[in-house]
Design a protein around this ligand. Structure first.
Ligand SMILES: [Zn+2]
Length: 156
């Protein structure tokens, strides 16, 4: 792709710039810009190709995961509800929510209180709706329920 920039046309520049050295300098800059554009086009094409390849890989992985899940559910070794809860919990663990620094204190570079461990993923109790840490729940056929609700279920 060859581009002729308007600055290279004779008569466009003010008379004071119409000397050979300036024109040469502008020519060099213009060619540099063109070379950069070509490089950018190539880099963009490479990135687009990589994104397309990754999308294909993700589709293949989704197909494998779906097939494995169906197989395990068919064999009765996996409860679809439990799978959903576990998948959500794993996803939450990999994607912790952004911490608003204003909620923590006035240290802009400290995102969690000193000594605090990273937050445990939370799920909603299917009985009372409270969001509780996964470790404080019992997995039931109806979904996860919090420990207090689980205890209540057996004590009346
Ligand atoms: Zn509950």
């Amino acid at each position: 792709m060859k581009v002729t920039l308007p600055v290279l046309q004779k008569g466009w520049l003010p008379t004071s710039f119409e000397d050979a050295n300036t024109r040469d300098a502008i020519d060099i800059i213009a060619n540099g810009v063109i070379a950069l554009e070509e490089k950018t086009d190539k880099a963009t094409a490479t990135l687009e190709q990589q994104v397309a390849e990754q999308a294909k890989h993700i589709e293949q992985l989704q197909a494998v995961v779906a097939a494995l899940s169906e197989l395990l559910v068919d064999k009765g070794t996996l409860d679809p509800g439990v799978l959903e809860v576990r998948a959500q919990a794993n996803h939450d663990q990999l994607n912790p929510p952004d911490v608003d620094p204003r909620a923590v204190g006035d240290h802009p570079y400290r995102t969690s209180p000193a000594g605090a461990s990273p937050a445990e993923p939370k799920v909603a109790c299917t009985k009372c709706g409270d969001r509780v840490a996964v470790g404080d729940t019992q997995i039931t056929e109806a979904g996860p329920i919090c420990d207090p609700c689980h205890t209540k279920q057996f004590t009346g």
